[in-house]
Design a protein around this ligand. Sequence first.
Ligand SMILES: *Cc1c(COP(=O)(O)O)cnc(C)c1O
Length: 390
Amino acid sequence: MPTYARLPVTFEKGAGAWLWDTDGRRYLDALSGIGVCGLGHAHPAVAAVLAQQGGTLIHTSNLYHIPQQQQLADQLIRLSGMEQAFFSNSGAEACEAAIKVARRYGHNRGITTPTIVVTEGSFHGRTLATLSATGSRKVQAGFEPLVQGFVRAKFNDIEELREIAKNSSDTVAILIEPIQGEGGINIPDKEYLSAVRELCDEYGWLMMLDEVQTGICRTGKWFAWQHSNIKPDVATLAKGLGNGFPIGACLVQGAAANVLQPGSHGSTFGGNPLACSVALTVLETMEKEQLAQHTAQQGRRICEKLKQAFADEAGVVEVRGRGLMIGVELDRPCGTLLADALAAELLISIQADKVIRLLPPLIISDEEADEIVTRLVTITTSFLSSEKAS
Ligand SMILES: *Cc1c(COP(=O)(O)O)cnc(C)c1O
């Protein structure tokens, strides 16, 4: 189905931060397949585990014990401080699991119409429940009736959450991204997440963080909540977890643990030996190569250089980022920059009409980081000046 308006390019192979198209042109990948390939393309450890596990055992189903799934859960729990994991095949499914945890948690407490607070500008996926939770009309339009049981608040507005808490006894949880990715790299105030944590504790809400984009070292920590010294009750993961092999996870702890019991949720493919072996290798490689620290460093490098380069550029409203999750907000819609970037052999995305989003592989070198800056500054400056002229 024509669900995507694709750019006119076809990639044939990759290595690290680089991709080659069918004409042999080489592109610098500053998007990583939408924040997925943190270790870059064709990483040898990932290729090796795919071949090795693929030649041993791919799938058995969750009717039986799966040691790789247990090991992956153990590793995620060690890194996150959470208690239990459910494995899915995508981010939307991980968020579906979170939504089901919140609803069952509400029912267990005698609330028959449990409500989950979600925010404006959010993105949680394309299934019916997750598109209903998503704060974008474009994602929802034409798919009504939406799933009920969500109330919407402004992102980064703790006062509005306090109002909702005072006036709604059916609210059982809040679902937010620590940094909104699809919504345009929106970073909340420093105290926001800890204020949400306090509010959740006060009212018995589950704090559910959608870390599908921010998780797995993307922001310079394993999980973005670790910048705020808090822990959620529920966290969802996907994009960076399998370096391109589909896998998602929903982690729970405290009041959210043991809410789902045998028979209450499931997945045929989720947590299979192949997916879990790949994710285990991703975590092991990131830890061995200290990619969280490297990501924080490269993120600072790119942001500083972009800020310098755009200091006198009135068309650039803001450069913002955490780790290698970076946004450059312009003062005007800039969708045509996608084609300009492609012509400059650079892969980026545009979010919320005006925000250039960079999600480079976490393994980028200093030279590659600088090359991203050079190419982006060139096309952006020329875009802004040609727009002025016209
Ligand atoms: C991409 C994304 C999703 C959806 O993940 P899929 O794997 O496409 O289903 C959910 N939440 C956030 C924050 C995302 O960035």
